[in-house]
Design a protein around this ligand. Structure first.
Ligand code: G3P
Length: 227
């Protein structure tokens, strides 16, 4: 399973890359705007932090197929490395996806809310489809169920496109999409910390430390081995 950072905050990205097994970064126009930065410089900085081999997904701001294609070609040049253009599902978006497929540019179809949007995007040539879990839950739909059915559809129809679930607000949502076989999730940097947090873990580590220090004081194993 791939864990991806849904952020353009370079400080947060740097920290996640240092500590977590991260496959890349996804952004969208809202996430980029939040940084109030020079766009090209921001993309270049994100790429230099994550290196050429991790994925970088950047969303188009155009809504006509030909313009989306041009944007994707230009973005690919400045983003370098393993680049994906994110394209919201629409008729123009699907047209752009199939043109880009022919040009060998990788695509993530985004703003997916239904199973059939995902199917059409995949058949148009998308490499990933990104269903929005929390936004589905917020309208009393069931984000996990939508992901489960997309995963099942792709399996039943031998479609190689992968599901990249997005829009998470809590650990439960991430765990449940993992349990239904979702191969990739994109989550905000705060959620990475919540995924590993448990008070009993902290309690256990404190107890190990206290027991050790009763016998060895503040010496660590390396100190003892060096004696
Ligand atoms: O990038 C798309 C998705 O991650 C949006 O998440 O939190 O704005 O619903 P959110």
């Amino acid at each position: 399973m791939q864990y991806i950072i849904d952020s353009a905050d370079t400080k947060a990205i740097r920290r996640c890359i240092e500590f977590f097994p991260v496959a890349g970064v996804t952004t969208n126009p809202t996430i980029i705007s939040r940084e109030k930065a020079d766009f090209k410089a921001l993309i270049a900085e994100i790429r230099s932090i994550i290196g050429p081999d991790r994925m970088l997904h950047i969303q188009t701001t155009s809504d006509v197929a030909e313009d989306i294609v041009k944007e994707a070609e230009e973005l690919k040049k400045i983003a370098g490395g393993d680049f994906y253009i994110k394209i919201p599902v629409s008729a123009e978006g699907l047209k752009a996806i199939s043109i880009l497929k022919g040009k060998g540019i990788k695509v993530t179809a985004t703003a997916i809310f239904t199973q059939q949007q995902a199917m059409l995007a995949a058949l148009a040539g998308a490499d990933y489809v990104a269903p929005y879990i929390n936004r589905l839950d917020n309208i009393v739909s069931d984000g996990v169920h939508v992901v489960e059915e997309i995963v099942e559809l792709f399996k039943k129809h031998s479609i190689s496109c992968k599901v990249l679930a997005a829009s998470f607000k809590n650990v439960e949502q991430v765990h449940k999409v993992a349990m239904v076989g979702c191969p990739a999730v994109t989550i905000n940097p705060e959620l990475f910390d919540q995924l590993i947090y448990h008070p009993l873990t902290l309690y256990a580590v404190d107890a190990f430390t206290a027991d050790w220090e009763m016998v060895y004081g503040d010496k660590k194993i390396l100190d003892l081995l060096g004696e």
